[in-house]
Design a binder for this molecule. Structure first.
Ligand code: 13P
Length: 255
Protein backbone atom coordinates (compact mmCIF):
# COMPACT_ATOMS: atom_id res chain seq x y z
CA UNK A 1 0.00 0.00 0.00
CA UNK A 2 1.46 3.31 -1.01
CA UNK A 3 -1.16 5.61 0.47
CA UNK A 4 -0.87 7.43 3.78
CA UNK A 5 -3.45 6.23 6.29
CA UNK A 6 -5.90 8.95 7.37
CA UNK A 7 -7.60 8.50 10.77
CA UNK A 8 -10.17 11.18 11.54
CA UNK A 9 -12.30 11.45 14.67
CA UNK A 10 -15.86 12.67 14.33
CA UNK A 11 -16.81 13.80 17.81
CA UNK A 12 -20.44 14.38 16.78
CA UNK A 13 -22.46 16.24 19.46
CA UNK A 14 -20.12 15.29 22.30
CA UNK A 15 -17.36 16.81 24.47
CA UNK A 16 -17.57 19.87 26.69
CA UNK A 17 -14.70 22.34 27.12
CA UNK A 18 -13.30 20.49 30.13
CA UNK A 19 -13.37 17.18 28.20
CA UNK A 20 -11.35 18.79 25.42
CA UNK A 21 -8.66 20.06 27.80
CA UNK A 22 -8.48 16.59 29.33
CA UNK A 23 -8.36 14.89 25.93
CA UNK A 24 -5.31 16.89 24.85
CA UNK A 25 -3.63 16.52 28.23
CA UNK A 26 -3.88 12.75 27.89
CA UNK A 27 -2.66 12.66 24.29
CA UNK A 28 1.07 12.69 24.75
CA UNK A 29 2.85 15.09 22.42
CA UNK A 30 6.10 13.20 22.16
CA UNK A 31 4.37 9.97 21.19
CA UNK A 32 2.27 11.75 18.57
CA UNK A 33 5.36 13.22 16.97
CA UNK A 34 6.43 9.72 15.94
CA UNK A 35 3.19 8.97 14.11
CA UNK A 36 3.30 8.70 10.34
CA UNK A 37 -0.40 8.63 9.57
CA UNK A 38 -2.58 11.72 9.15
CA UNK A 39 -4.85 12.44 12.10
CA UNK A 40 -7.91 14.68 12.08
CA UNK A 41 -10.61 15.76 14.53
CA UNK A 42 -14.05 17.25 13.87
CA UNK A 43 -15.49 18.76 17.06
CA UNK A 44 -18.71 20.73 17.50
CA UNK A 45 -18.65 24.19 15.90
CA UNK A 46 -18.18 26.28 19.07
CA UNK A 47 -15.08 24.24 19.96
CA UNK A 48 -13.34 24.50 16.61
CA UNK A 49 -10.96 27.29 17.57
CA UNK A 50 -10.01 25.66 20.86
CA UNK A 51 -9.34 22.30 19.20
CA UNK A 52 -7.44 24.00 16.38
CA UNK A 53 -5.21 25.74 18.93
CA UNK A 54 -4.60 22.49 20.83
CA UNK A 55 -4.02 20.40 17.71
CA UNK A 56 -1.85 22.87 15.83
CA UNK A 57 1.51 21.70 17.12
CA UNK A 58 0.50 18.02 16.97
CA UNK A 59 0.02 17.83 13.22
CA UNK A 60 -3.66 16.95 13.68
CA UNK A 61 -6.01 18.43 11.07
CA UNK A 62 -9.20 20.05 12.39
CA UNK A 63 -12.49 20.40 10.57
CA UNK A 64 -16.22 20.99 10.81
CA UNK A 65 -18.84 18.25 10.90
CA UNK A 66 -21.00 20.02 8.35
CA UNK A 67 -21.33 23.35 6.56
CA UNK A 68 -23.88 25.46 4.78
CA UNK A 69 -24.48 25.37 1.02
CA UNK A 70 -24.05 29.17 0.97
CA UNK A 71 -21.24 31.46 2.05
CA UNK A 72 -23.27 34.11 3.85
CA UNK A 73 -26.76 35.48 4.26
CA UNK A 74 -30.01 34.81 6.03
CA UNK A 75 -29.45 31.19 7.07
CA UNK A 76 -30.06 31.24 10.82
CA UNK A 77 -28.16 28.53 12.63
CA UNK A 78 -25.97 27.56 9.70
CA UNK A 79 -22.18 27.90 9.43
CA UNK A 80 -20.62 28.79 6.11
CA UNK A 81 -17.63 27.02 4.61
CA UNK A 82 -16.11 30.47 4.23
CA UNK A 83 -16.19 30.84 8.01
CA UNK A 84 -14.49 27.46 8.40
CA UNK A 85 -11.78 28.68 6.04
CA UNK A 86 -11.59 31.98 7.92
CA UNK A 87 -10.84 29.98 11.10
CA UNK A 88 -8.00 28.30 9.18
CA UNK A 89 -9.60 24.90 9.42
CA UNK A 90 -8.48 22.06 7.22
CA UNK A 91 -11.51 20.03 6.27
CA UNK A 92 -15.24 19.56 6.54
CA UNK A 93 -17.39 16.41 6.71
CA UNK A 94 -20.20 16.53 4.18
CA UNK A 95 -23.10 14.12 3.76
CA UNK A 96 -22.72 12.20 7.00
CA UNK A 97 -25.55 9.70 7.34
CA UNK A 98 -26.86 11.56 10.38
CA UNK A 99 -27.17 14.70 8.23
CA UNK A 100 -28.85 12.68 5.49
CA UNK A 101 -31.35 10.95 7.77
CA UNK A 102 -31.97 13.24 10.78
CA UNK A 103 -31.76 16.47 8.77
CA UNK A 104 -33.09 15.12 5.47
CA UNK A 105 -30.13 16.28 3.39
CA UNK A 106 -30.47 15.30 -0.25
CA UNK A 107 -27.71 14.37 -2.68
CA UNK A 108 -28.42 17.68 -4.41
CA UNK A 109 -27.84 19.75 -1.28
CA UNK A 110 -24.76 17.69 -0.44
CA UNK A 111 -23.47 18.40 -3.95
CA UNK A 112 -23.90 22.17 -3.47
CA UNK A 113 -22.07 22.06 -0.14
CA UNK A 114 -19.26 19.94 -1.55
CA UNK A 115 -18.58 22.17 -4.55
CA UNK A 116 -18.65 25.32 -2.42
CA UNK A 117 -16.36 23.95 0.31
CA UNK A 118 -13.88 22.68 -2.28
CA UNK A 119 -13.89 26.00 -4.13
CA UNK A 120 -12.71 27.66 -0.91
CA UNK A 121 -9.79 25.29 -0.52
CA UNK A 122 -11.20 23.05 2.20
CA UNK A 123 -10.61 19.30 2.09
CA UNK A 124 -13.97 17.51 1.94
CA UNK A 125 -14.60 14.21 3.67
CA UNK A 126 -17.51 13.06 1.56
CA UNK A 127 -19.58 10.48 3.45
CA UNK A 128 -21.67 7.78 1.83
CA UNK A 129 -23.20 4.49 2.90
CA UNK A 130 -26.22 2.24 2.61
CA UNK A 131 -28.85 1.38 5.22
CA UNK A 132 -29.42 -2.19 6.41
CA UNK A 133 -32.63 -2.37 4.39
CA UNK A 134 -30.79 -1.30 1.24
CA UNK A 135 -28.03 -3.86 1.85
CA UNK A 136 -30.52 -6.64 2.48
CA UNK A 137 -32.35 -5.86 -0.73
CA UNK A 138 -29.07 -5.94 -2.68
CA UNK A 139 -29.11 -2.23 -3.39
CA UNK A 140 -25.76 -1.35 -1.81
CA UNK A 141 -23.89 -0.57 -5.02
CA UNK A 142 -26.85 1.23 -6.57
CA UNK A 143 -27.10 3.50 -3.50
CA UNK A 144 -23.36 4.18 -3.35
CA UNK A 145 -23.31 4.94 -7.05
CA UNK A 146 -26.17 7.45 -6.77
CA UNK A 147 -24.59 9.13 -3.75
CA UNK A 148 -21.31 9.49 -5.65
CA UNK A 149 -22.76 10.48 -9.02
CA UNK A 150 -25.24 13.02 -7.66
CA UNK A 151 -23.13 14.28 -4.77
CA UNK A 152 -19.97 14.81 -6.84
CA UNK A 153 -21.67 16.14 -9.97
CA UNK A 154 -19.75 18.98 -11.60
CA UNK A 155 -16.64 18.43 -9.50
CA UNK A 156 -13.69 20.15 -11.17
CA UNK A 157 -10.87 17.77 -12.05
CA UNK A 158 -8.30 19.78 -10.10
CA UNK A 159 -10.35 19.39 -6.91
CA UNK A 160 -10.47 15.58 -7.00
CA UNK A 161 -7.35 15.32 -4.88
CA UNK A 162 -9.01 17.41 -2.13
CA UNK A 163 -11.70 14.79 -1.58
CA UNK A 164 -11.58 11.92 0.87
CA UNK A 165 -14.39 9.41 0.61
CA UNK A 166 -15.73 7.98 3.86
CA UNK A 167 -17.67 4.75 3.36
CA UNK A 168 -19.89 4.42 6.39
CA UNK A 169 -22.55 1.72 6.20
CA UNK A 170 -25.42 3.17 8.22
CA UNK A 171 -26.05 -0.15 9.98
CA UNK A 172 -22.50 -0.11 11.38
CA UNK A 173 -22.57 3.43 12.79
CA UNK A 174 -22.74 3.49 16.57
CA UNK A 175 -24.10 -0.05 16.69
CA UNK A 176 -21.00 -2.05 17.57
CA UNK A 177 -21.69 -4.09 14.43
CA UNK A 178 -18.66 -3.48 12.27
CA UNK A 179 -18.63 -4.40 8.57
CA UNK A 180 -16.71 -7.63 8.04
CA UNK A 181 -13.41 -7.21 6.21
CA UNK A 182 -14.84 -8.76 2.99
CA UNK A 183 -17.93 -6.50 3.13
CA UNK A 184 -15.80 -3.39 3.66
CA UNK A 185 -13.21 -4.34 1.05
CA UNK A 186 -15.89 -5.07 -1.55
CA UNK A 187 -17.54 -1.67 -1.06
CA UNK A 188 -14.23 0.20 -1.07
CA UNK A 189 -13.06 -1.54 -4.22
CA UNK A 190 -16.35 -0.65 -5.89
CA UNK A 191 -16.04 3.03 -4.88
CA UNK A 192 -12.44 3.24 -6.12
CA UNK A 193 -13.22 1.58 -9.41
CA UNK A 194 -16.34 3.67 -9.98
CA UNK A 195 -14.64 6.99 -9.23
CA UNK A 196 -11.72 5.98 -11.42
CA UNK A 197 -13.63 4.74 -14.44
CA UNK A 198 -16.67 7.03 -14.35
CA UNK A 199 -15.32 10.22 -12.77
CA UNK A 200 -11.68 10.14 -13.84
CA UNK A 201 -10.23 10.06 -10.33
CA UNK A 202 -6.67 8.88 -9.85
CA UNK A 203 -7.47 5.52 -8.25
CA UNK A 204 -3.96 5.09 -6.88
CA UNK A 205 -3.98 8.22 -4.74
CA UNK A 206 -7.66 8.33 -3.72
CA UNK A 207 -8.13 8.02 0.06
CA UNK A 208 -11.18 6.00 1.15
CA UNK A 209 -11.88 5.81 4.87
CA UNK A 210 -14.09 3.22 6.49
CA UNK A 211 -16.45 4.33 9.26
CA UNK A 212 -18.79 2.41 11.55
CA UNK A 213 -17.85 0.94 14.94
CA UNK A 214 -14.09 1.17 14.36
CA UNK A 215 -12.25 0.33 17.59
CA UNK A 216 -8.61 -0.41 18.44
CA UNK A 217 -9.50 -4.13 18.43
CA UNK A 218 -10.81 -4.27 14.84
CA UNK A 219 -8.76 -1.52 13.19
CA UNK A 220 -5.82 -3.60 12.04
CA UNK A 221 -8.08 -6.11 10.24
CA UNK A 222 -9.80 -3.31 8.34
CA UNK A 223 -6.90 -0.98 7.66
CA UNK A 224 -4.75 -3.79 6.29
CA UNK A 225 -7.18 -4.34 3.42
CA UNK A 226 -5.99 -3.15 0.02
CA UNK A 227 -8.70 -0.53 -0.57
CA UNK A 228 -9.06 0.85 2.96
CA UNK A 229 -6.89 3.90 3.54
CA UNK A 230 -8.13 5.15 6.84
CA UNK A 231 -11.01 5.41 9.25
CA UNK A 232 -13.66 7.92 10.23
CA UNK A 233 -14.20 7.16 13.89
CA UNK A 234 -17.06 8.20 16.14
CA UNK A 235 -17.23 6.73 19.64
CA UNK A 236 -13.64 5.50 19.90
CA UNK A 237 -12.25 8.92 18.94
CA UNK A 238 -13.61 10.46 22.12
CA UNK A 239 -11.20 8.50 24.31
CA UNK A 240 -7.60 9.68 23.93
CA UNK A 241 -6.14 6.23 24.60
CA UNK A 242 -8.35 4.60 21.94
CA UNK A 243 -7.73 7.40 19.46
CA UNK A 244 -3.99 7.09 20.03
CA UNK A 245 -4.15 3.30 19.54
CA UNK A 246 -5.92 3.82 16.22
CA UNK A 247 -3.30 6.34 15.13
CA UNK A 248 -0.61 3.85 16.08
CA UNK A 249 -2.18 1.16 13.88
CA UNK A 250 -2.53 3.69 11.07
CA UNK A 251 1.12 4.68 11.40
CA UNK A 252 2.34 1.10 11.30
CA UNK A 253 0.52 0.66 8.00
CA UNK A 254 1.66 3.96 6.50
CA UNK A 255 4.67 3.52 4.22
P1 13P B 1 -18.97 5.10 15.39
O1 13P B 1 -17.48 4.91 15.26
O2 13P B 1 -19.37 5.58 16.75
O3 13P B 1 -19.72 3.90 14.93
O4 13P B 1 -19.38 6.30 14.39
C1 13P B 1 -18.94 6.26 13.08
C2 13P B 1 -19.24 7.55 12.44
O5 13P B 1 -20.39 7.88 12.19
C3 13P B 1 -18.12 8.45 12.11
O6 13P B 1 -18.51 9.48 11.29
Amino acid sequence: MSRKIHIYGNWKMNQLTSDIYQFFEELEDDKLAELKCQAGIAPQFPHLSLVKEKALTLGIKVGGQNCSHKNSGAFTGDTSPETLKDLELDFVLIGHSERRTVFNESNELINEKTLLALSLGLEVVFCIGETLEERESNKTFEVLKAQLDEGLKGLPKEKQSDIIIAYEPVWAIGTGVVASPPQAQEAHAFIREHLGSKHGFDEKSLIIQYGGSVKPGNALGLLSLPDIDGALVGGASLKPSDFYELLKVGSELTP
